[in-house]
Design a protein around this ligand. Structure first.
Ligand code: C2O
Ligand code: CU
Ligand code: CU
Length: 549
């Protein structure tokens, strides 16, 4: 109901202030003089921010050789390949403006590439010399849950952790990074990440470049914000609802990198190691690339494509052919994230970057054409699915209406089964979806059969607003009722906010155990519940680490 307008009777209007109030007028004038410009500046800043695009195309000097992470040395103990890694702080000159603090593994910044072969046993002895508790998670590796390095496998400062497993998965480009609850974005930003490559010599297609650092090169792309002294800032993230977006790329930690190419074809193993940014990689002259692998391994056949879109955590291997003496630039064009309005700005969908310059030598070593058959088609058939699970991503950082609780088991699956997972983005912003410990196939995306570039094994899939994916998930993990695998959005801000759930893989008919307790006792030596680990856990409550001797 509207009430009748109240009219002020004539004569009741207060008289104008007497001229004596000159002081008040001055105060008002001063307040106006101060606030109006501030307001104008604020509105201007918001408008600038809104319309602003990050665009480095043509503005990158390409004056630093691309750093290529070293291959981590390994020893062989009783048939087990053993890596010895130390997470550490250090100082790095990223920009030429002087050294700044960075974090890394076995070095001041970033981590060496681990390379293993299918069929061998692997152990990684990890020591944490960082000032903070952390973990190392093997993203894309098929490992037992207790060796997975999620937030239940904390390694306190000065502590160590020794996961081990039998490598049994197709050749793939995985990676590794910290995964402690709430600090993943921070530790990755500082530089703790590297590639983890699996080779499968028995089914390697002949003719694919595989000479590491020569014609087979990791390209880890991370956007950062650099402070005046060249240090990596936390990034404001103020209005970046998908997480902080940087305006500077580090490619294998290199600002403005070029790669000297000495072969007619070069295989780039692209990794999106960014917190929130999605890239749509192209070559500047529009030439096609051969997409040969995605997250979990080689595609059945190469896909000739002009662009490769990667969301945080995703990988793709492309073969690029070059001609003698030429220069070609790997670029990221504005990714189509299915967003409009201010969300374009907030998700970086309007941004573009020059990423890496390929400098072909005047004489190139010949390389054969990309083989036409690469790998067996993933053998997952949704007809075999015994269970359908639905995961709704909504409210910025929730899955099925909840945030992660480390002591809650959200899903229980039986090993040896195939399941249908329906993941729906019901949010107004992009998310992606990553599952630990196994690979899946994308059976359907946004209502259509998967495009050819999604025909292989995946572990992370991008979901624009409103999109849904139907995934075929095969649970092959060794059952462990006490150690959960995770599934989550890999946008690291969402990840840290707990947009994550826990999956326990049990034997047929099995029951989940107590996952919270498991964080105190399992996995420290890769053998869940070993007495050495139990002892260590009691020395460092809340961690699964053991003291170094
Ligand atoms: Cu890159 Cu939970 O993972
Ligand atoms: Cu992972
Ligand atoms: Cu998300």
């Amino acid at each position: 109901m509207t009430s009748p307008p109240v009219q002020a009777p004539h004569g009741t209007t207060p008289p104008p202030p007497p001229p004596r109030r000159g002081r008040a007028a001055v105060v008002v004038a001063v307040v106006v003089a101060v606030t109006v410009p501030v307001l104008i500046a604020l509105v201007g800043a918001v408008a600038l921010w809104w319309t602003g695009r990050t665009d480095t195309v043509g503005a990158v000097d390409f004056d630093r050789p691309l750093r290529v992470p070293t291959l981590a040395p390994a020893t062989v103990e009783d048939g087990t390949r053993v890596f010895d890694l130390t997470m550490q702080t250090g100082r790095t000159d990223l920009t030429g403006r002087g050294e700044v603090e960075t974090w890394g593994v076995d070095g001041a910044h970033l981590a060496p590439t681990l390379r293993v072969q299918r069929g061998e046993r692997v152990r990684v002895d990890v020591r944490n010399d960082l000032p903070e508790t952390s973990t190392l998670h093997w993203h894309g590796l098929h490992v037992p849950a207790a060796s997975d390095g999620g937030p239940h496998r904390l390694i306190g400062p000065g502590r160590s952790w020794s996961p081990s497993w039998l490598v049994d998965q197709p050749a793939a480009s995985g990676w590794y990074h910290p995964h402690a609850h709430g600090s993943t974005a921070d530790h990755v930003r500082r530089g703790v990440y590297g590639m983890f490559l699996v080779d499968d010599p028995a089914s390697a297609p002949p003719g694919l470049p595989d000479d590491y650092g020569v014609d087979d090169v990791p390209v880890m792309v991370q956007d950062v914000t650099l402070a005046g002294d060249g240090s990596i800032e936390r990034g404001s993230g103020f209005l970046d609802v998908t997480g902080p977006l940087g305006d500077q790329l580090l490619v294998n930690g290199t600002v403005g990198p070029f790669l000297d190419v000495t072969t007619e074809a070069v295989r780039l193993r692209l990794l999106n190691a960014s917190a929130a940014r999605v890239y749509d990689f192209v070559l500047d002259d529009g030439r096609p690339m051969d997409l040969v692998a995605t997250d979990g391994g080689l595609l059945p056949a190469p896909v000739r494509t002009g662009s490769v879109m990667l969301s945080p955590g995703e990988r793709a291997e492309v073969v690029v052919r070059v001609e003698e003496g030429e220069r070609v630039v790997l670029r990221s064009r504005p990714p189509d994230l299915g967003v409009a309005g201010i969300m374009v700005r907030m998700s970086g969908a309007g941004d573009r970057f020059d990423v890496l310059e390929l400098r072909a030598a005047d004489r190139l070593e010949p390389r054969p054409r990309t083989p036409t058959a690469l790998a067996r088609e993933p053998d997952v058939d949704l007809e075999d699915a015994t269970v359908t699970r639905t995961f709704d991503l909504a409210d910025g950082n929730q899955i099925n209406g909840a945030r992660m609780d480390m002591s809650r088991v959200d899903e229980v699956a039986e090993t040896g089964t195939t399941e249908e997972w329906v993941v729906r983005n019901q949010d107004g912003m992009p998310h992606n979806f990553h599952l630990h410990g196994t690979s899946f196939v994308v059976a359907e995306l946004a209502g259509s059969p998967p495009p050819p570039h999604l025909a292989g094994w995946k572990d992370t899939v991008l979901l624009p607003p409103g999109a849904a994916a139907r995934l075929g998930v095969r649970h092959d993990a060794q059952p462990d009722p006490d150690a959960p695998f995770l599934y989550h959005c890999h946008l690291l801000a969402h990840h840290d906010q707990g947009m994550m759930g826990q999956l326990v893989v049990v034997e047929p008919g099995g029951e989940p155990g107590d996952v919270h307790d498991a964080s105190h006792e399992a996995g420290a030596t890769g053998t869940a519940g070993s007495s050495e680990a139990d002892e260590a856990a009691s020395l460092f409550p809340g961690a699964t680490s053991h003291p170094d001797h």
